[in-house]
Design a protein around this ligand. Structure first.
Ligand code: HEC
Ligand code: HEC
Ligand code: HEC
Length: 320
């Protein structure tokens, strides 16, 4: 009799433990949290007033909220695309990761780890004006695009001028080029010509072709801010003349003398772009991590570039 009671008790406590005990893997969650860090901080303590802290939050609550964002029972335009691609295992892992930090969060943590991923709160103060005189050939509407761009502002800035330099500026970029990139991110690794990025993949999952055209038109209608790069001789020489001995094409042929690119041909603007972003893209073309350039148009040249060349070119393009 005693034995039965004990085993009943044991069975009960085990049962209730299983529902309460963590099912997620915090280490796996850490790897998956890169996307979330931009808004919630890398350790779950957010630098932005409107973005909640997740550090020390209860696991089960985090999972419940993520499910609610995914099934639409909790509606938020920013979180909906973030949750859309998460599996139940992803949600459990993310919850385990964020709940592992102390509640009320070491606000210093973000600064201490040099977390530059937190988007600047200053974007809220940016005044956005749309130049409605531009006609977009791909049928995009910049005014409609602006309403769809609310989700993008955290990383790319309300007017497309991102303040965090690993995120590209989109302001003044060609509308057709932007729409192509969004479609390429959506195709991702499933296509030879897809563009693979874990952060952007989550952002584009729900976009239609019309959304992409509208977003492209909106950002194209914005004015780009001054770049953070410095002009230099090596960068200037390679940009305008290339290096025929080493098989490096002159960038000017496609990106033009003022660096504005050729919008109709979807040759992107590179002028005033962030140095860190430009550097990363040249490295990705060189290593073959970015393969969405038709006919390897960029990879052919990038494989010939040394680290010194890339640094010089990124600085120079940004100074244009
Ligand atoms: C672009 C900014 C952004 C990104 C990226 C982002 N979030 Fe959020 N998150 C928000 C905002 C804004 C809210 C508040 C939504 C609301 O007001 O209902 C929120 C709310 C939440 C909540 C609910 C918190 C609560 O206390 O109710 C959870 C959980 C959450 N996010 C998890 C995540 C996870 C996990 C990721 C990464 C997969 C992520 N978020 C990525 C902006 C973001
Ligand atoms: C959480 C941060 C984040 C958010 C939010 C975000 N992006 Fe991005 N975006 C990135 C990063 C990081 C890259 C660079 C990816 C790479 O290295 O290839 C990028 C790249 C891009 C590019 C390619 C630019 C170029 O010059 O090739 C476009 C276009 C873009 N994003 C548009 C958008 C749009 C539109 C939205 C909103 C629907 C958005 N992004 C939301 C982080 C973000
Ligand atoms: C023959 C034309 C051509 C030449 C020459 C060329 N590019 Fe490009 N470049 C492109 C095209 C087209 C893309 C966009 C590919 C795509 O659709 O994603 C691109 C993309 C880029 C990007 C990424 C822009 C972004 O916003 O993500 C950088 C940076 C770049 N090129 C730098 C250079 C540099 C530096 C040189 C010279 C060493 C160069 N390019 C030479 C055509 C060219």
């Amino acid at each position: 009799m005693k034995k039965i009671i004990l085993s009943v008790l044991f069975g009960l406590s085990l049962g209730s433990m299983q529902t309460a005990v963590a099912q997620g893997d915090a280490d796996a969650g850490k790897a998956k949290s890169a996307v979330c860090a931009a808004c919630h901080g890398s350790t779950g303590t957010s630098a932005i007033p409107m973005y909640p802290d997740l550090a020390g939050q209860k696991e089960a609550y985090i999972v419940k909220q993520l499910k609610a964002f995914k099934d639409g029972s909790r509606t938020d335009p920013t979180m909906a695309p973030m949750a859309a691609g998460l599996s139940e295992a992803d949600m459990n892992d993310l919850a385990a990761y964020f709940s592992s930090f102390p509640w009320g969060g070491v606000k210093e943590a973000a600064a201490a780890t040099g977390d530059t991923s937190a988007p600047a709160a200053a974007t809220a103060a940016v005044k956005v004006e749309i130049n409605t005189n531009i006609i977009f050939h791909n049928g995009g509407n910049p005014t409609v695009g602006q309403t769809k761009a609310a989700t993008c502002a955290a990383c790319h800035g309300a007017d497309g001028n991102s303040l965090v330099t690993i995120y590209p500026k989109l302001s003044g970029q060609g509308a057709g080029y932007i729409a192509k990139q969004l479609a390429d991110f959506k195709a991702g690794a499933s296509s030879e010509s897809g563009r693979v990025d874990p952060v952007m993949a989550g952002m584009v999952a729900g976009l239609s072709e019309q959304d992409m055209a509208d977003l492209g038109a909106f950002f194209a209608s914005q004015k780009i801010s001054k770049g953070n790069g410095k002009t230099n001789e090596l960068g200037k020489k390679l940009y305008f003349s290339g290096d025929s001995e080493r098989g490096i094409s002159a960038c000017v042929a496609c990106h033009t003398a003022n660096g504005k690119g050729v919008s109709q041909a979807k040759f992107p603007a590179v002028a005033s772009q962030n140095v860190e972003y430009l550097t990363a893209q040249l490295q990705k073309f060189r290593s073959g991590d970015r393969t969405n350039d038709n006919n390897s148009i960029m990879r052919k040249t990038a494989v010939k570039l040394t680290d010194t060349d890339i640094e010089a070119l990124a600085q120079f393009m940004s100074s244009l």
